[in-house]
Write a protein of this length. Sequence first.
Length: 400
Amino acid sequence: MDADRRIGRVAHAALTTTGVALLALYLGVFAVRNASLQGDLRTYRTAAEAWQRGLDPYAPGTLAAVAGRATEPFVYPLVTLAAFRPLAMLPPHAAQTAWMALGLALLVALVVVWRRLAPHVGILPLALVAVFGWNASALWALRTGNAELVECALVWAGLACFVAGPRRAFAVLVVAAACFKLLPAAFLLLLFVPAHDGARHPRLFVASVVVLATLVLAPAALRPGTGALAFLAHVPDARTLGEANPGALACLTVLANMAGFGAYATAAATGTWIAFVLGMAGASASLLRRASDARDARTWAMAAAFLYVLLEPRPMAYGFVMLAPASLYFTRSRRTALLLALGVSAQGLLGVAGHASGAIAYVYAPALLAALLWLRIVTGAPRTTPDAEPAAAIDLARAA
């Protein structure tokens, strides 16, 4: 029996090492081949350069004039230009290399953080989902040069602090993440969750919202004529259709059009999506109540990440990387976690193998699979874990 166990452990270690090494090799090759693309990075650098020249980065035609070519609109608050300015000072190739390297480093750091938050899952399932999960969500972020991995790293570092206990560190990191796309501010609602000592933190919530509002609004005062909220006019419609936005609202819009609602398709899809949000919230109540009773901050963190992506009106393809660990956390064994990781990664693996499909079920598989998986989680047997290893959680939050 002992010999069989040793053989099993050796085989598991060999599988894990080989699998992680292959994923790392694929990521390296992918990064080299796609570093010169990163269209969103081009927008960030151009917007930072425009602001430095005294121009309005939100004015129509400004970015195209600065870049000398057509450029996507800048859709983030002005405060984020402070982060993008160093990239604008580098030559294009150096900026592309640095941004891609940062994305890879953040993805590795995320897997480390997720491994510490979900030690029962195993490193290989987490790494597999990180790279290929949810239609290769992370690869979308790396290829486009989107800031999603920065935002994701900040949120998960904050959630690690939430699990460990330091609420102020959690709030600071979430506010930093929300400076990019505002919606991560929803995680601040976790400050009302009683965990550890049973205390809630409404004052910290209010202070965090005030700080975020100040960071978003104040930079416009430095440049008269630049609207602090002008970026909102450039944010694409949440019902943007296609594989780049595989969210529930977009999927419902397609179905409403197919059903022949005509001019009422948008209203029908929006109404159905609101009902979907309310239904998912109601279905989640029991699990969240158990987590509160048990003061299980870890389950709250995972549930918050899952619901954030599932209910976001416009998650975009790269946004699904946020729920990578949450999709595996509620499994009972490493074998189950690996099987689920393979299922969640199947679409991404098919895509990189050149077998993508235009079928509705395939295009919107991330939203459909997330909804089905979450319903299975909330209707299954309860799984709560006491908040053990607080020191380890603090260490991983610092590392992130």
